[in-house]
Every structure is written in C-alpha cells, then in structure tokens.
Ligand binder design. Structure first.
Ligand code: MLT
Length: 415
C-alpha cells in the first residue's frame, strides 16, 4: 500500500515565494488597473550580457552539426568551466581549490537543498534566523528537524542562531556549556552560513569567518557556505570565499551561483566546491559521496549553459556583468537612502542586493506586506517568512529596473 514521506507533511504552508506569488496574483486579479511593482523574490530583471549571449549562440550552432554536437555533459561538469573557475575565482583569492573539487550544477538552490542528503539523518543542523528557507525545509523533508511549534515558528531539533540588529545580523558561535561549546545537544554538526546574507544583506569580516572555520574544525562540524551574493561585496575585509580562511579545506563546502552575478536565474547554473580534505568521523570523504550522488541523480548542466558560464569569466564578461551589478547596487542605494529619509530603520544594501527594514509602528511582517501591496502596490518579502527573528522586518530587493525601483520607493515615501 502506497504511503507518502510523512516528513513532507510536517512542512507548514507552501514555499515562501509560492505563498507570496499567490497573494500577489489574487490582488492583481481583483485590481487590474493597478501597476504592481515587484521587489519581492530576488529575481534579476536585466538581460544576459552580450558576452554570454554570444557564447550561447556559438554553442547553439555547435549543437547543429554532428562534428561538434554534444550529448550528455560529464556529470561533474565540463573541464573548460571547472578549470576557468579555478583560475578566475579561486587562484585570484589565493585559495587552493582544484578543478576536480568543483561540481557544476543547475544552480545554488538545488545544491543547497540537496547537499544535506550526504549526511547522517541524526546530524544536528544549525541555521541563522532569519534564513533562506531552503536550508530548513530540505532538512525537514529529510526528517532531521524534529517537530514544529507553530507558536514560536521553531523546529525542536534545529539550532537557531538569531541574527538581529543587536549582533549586527551576524550569528554568534554557540556558547556556554561544556568546553564553551554550548549544551551537549546544542553542538552543531552541520552549519549553514550565507554571506553576504540573504535575507538581511549583512556580511561578516574575514576574521569573523575565520572564527567559524576554527570552531567547525574544533567540534568536527561541516560548514555549508552559500556565497551566492559574493559579487555584490563592495567593502574591503569582507571575504568572497570561505577558502580565504585557513583550515576551510578541512571543514567547508562552498556553494556558488551564476544567478545573481550574471543573471542566470532563468538559465540555471551553479557549482559546489567540496575539498577532498573534508572527512567525517570515520574518515569517509564527503567529496566521494557527493560525486556518487551527482553521478546518480544528475545528468550534467547543458553544454550551451556551461559555455555561457565560461563567458562570464572572460574579460568582456567580467566587465559587462560588473556593469549589471553596479546597476543593481544603484537601485540598492536609492532604496536605502529613500527609506532612511522617510524615517525607516534600514540595513543591508551595501555588500548585497537586499535591503532589510524594520516595519513601521511595530506592524507584523505580513501586515506590512498587505499594507504595502494595497496602498503602494509594491511587493516585498515579509521578514517572518525567513524565520521568527525576521518578524517585524521586511526585505526589498534591488533587482528591479531602476525606473520601477524609483517609482516604488517614491510611492512608499508618500504613504
Ligand atoms: C530570494 O528571493 O530569496 C531568492 O531569489 C531565492 C533564490 O535565489 O532561490
């Protein structure tokens, strides 16, 4: 008799951005005359840059001839792309990463959701609060998070690391208890960190990240480091990769995306780095397990898209994607300055395309969402959707067009 995976039934509601999309489309249906401006989901709006388009056209033409046609891509990615990443990303940062430690995929969302599969069901997971919902939801699906308390919005078996204005939206190391590592059951095995952060737009310094790496190595934990937004870093002393830290090869997996730095949200490309030095308590290499998983469940990102990804690192590609990032960061500045001048408490938006604001008059995040949609026809993301510490906060993205961003902020200022 067929039975479903009961862990899926534990998930409250639907995925955050699906909930928002439903609300927005029913508002749009009821108000066809309103021009809705969407600054909710972090989806890019600028077209792929010319260097990328040119590479894609060329690759499409190759597919038209038997001599150059490509079938299944190698499961772990074409070496032209993996070698380019080593040269253009990691060597530049002085990080020791080899091409065969890079796994090309169809994006950071899939990788950050799937990576938990290679760990034991009993590992203790630690996440920032607020957090990108994929990390928690996929661990719920795997039956790793215990029970959900609807009153607090917390899972019984997850370690939450609150990121609030008081700590500069930077998580603190678990502390107290035996050996200074927290109560025994609070020592994490798997730690998810995302910097520059989604949703708060905050970052941490290299020395703060080094403390996390040292901590993970001391307690034999693994850090999943989501660096999807690294291209937005504008300040010195903010690390672009966890492998800038000493000892990270022994404890850190890094996930990267082409979505935010090069506009591939609809094209899909990302990669995960698993150094061969990371081993579990019994000496098993995480690299081998992920290679096995990738080989079994994934048939490789398309050749055309991997060629497009390679073009991102060409001189032209770097220049053109750099211009796109500057475009979005101009939006971020407009949002930050505009909201500040209207009396809002805002943060983020300097090293990240997200602006995090405190809702006015202690409104709940969802009340503010409804208010903004109804009164300004602007869509944002309720902070509480990212976790209980996000309550009373709201996220706006800088990924809109400049004209829409200006119009949205001007409407909010008039409220
Ligand atoms: C977000 O809005 O948080 C992101 O777009 C989600 C994602 O990258 O999957």
């Amino acid at each position: 008799m067929i039975k479903v995976n009961k862990d899926y039934l534990k998930l409250p509601g639907s995925y955050l951005f699906s909930d928002i999309a439903k609300k927005v489309s029913s508002f749009a249906e009821a108000n066809p005359d309103k021009k809705i401006i969407r600054l909710g989901i972090g989806d890019v709006t600028q077209p792929l840059c010319p260097a990328v388009i040119e590479a894609m056209h060329k690759a499409v033409d190759e597919m038209a001839s038997a001599d150059t046609f490509k079938g299944y891509a190698p499961d772990l990615g074409y070496s032209f792309l993996r070698d380019t990443i080593v040269e253009k990303v990691y060597k530049k940062l002085g990080a020791d990463i080899k091409a065969d430690e890079i796994f090309i995929s169809d994006g950071a969302k899939s990788d950050s959701g799937n990576i938990q599969e290679i760990f034991d069901r009993d590992v203790k997971v630690a996440v920032c609060d607020p957090v990108y919902p994929v990390y928690v939801d996929t661990n719920v699906m795997a039956g790793r998070t215990g029970s959900y308390d609807a009153a607090t919005g917390l899972w019984s078996d997850v370690i939450y690391m609150p990121c609030t204005a008081d700590n500069g939206y930077s998580p603190e190391l678990p502390s107290g208890g035996k050996d200074g590592f927290g109560p025994d059951n609070k020592v994490p095995d798997l730690i998810y960190l995302c910097f520059p952060n989604n949703p708060t737009g905050a970052t941490i310094t290299k020395s703060q990240l080094q403390q996390w790496v040292d901590y993970a190595n001391r307690v034999n934990a693994v850090i999943i480091y989501d660096a999807a937004y690294e291209a937005y870093i504008s300040e010195a002393d903010v690390p672009h990769s966890i492998y800038e830290c000493e000892g990270a090869r022994e404890c850190a997996i890094e996930i990267r995306s082409f979505s935010k730095n090069a506009g591939f949200t609809g094209t899909r490309l990302g990669f995960t780095v698993i150094p061969k030095d990371i081993k579990d308590v019994d000496g098993n290499m995480l690299h081998s397990l992920w290679a096995r998983r990738h080989g079994t469940k994934f048939n490789g990102a398309p050749y055309i898209i991997q060629k497009a990804g390679e073009a991102v690192y060409s001189d032209e590609g770097q220049k053109q994607t750099g211009e796109q990032i500057a475009y979005y960061m101009k939006n971020a500045r407009y949002i930050l300055e505009g909201l500040k001048s209207a009396g809002y408490t805002v943060s983020g938006g300097v090293n990240a395309p997200y602006i995090w604001l405190k809702t006015p008059d202690n409104m709940s995040s969802w009340d503010f969402f409804d208010f903004l949609l109804k009164e300004a026809n602007v869509v944002g993301t309720p902070g509480s959707g990212f976790g209980p510490s996000g309550e009373g906060h709201f996220r706006l993205t800088a990924f809109g067009s400049y004209e829409n961003t200006v119009e949205a902020i001007d409407r909010i200022k008039k409220l």
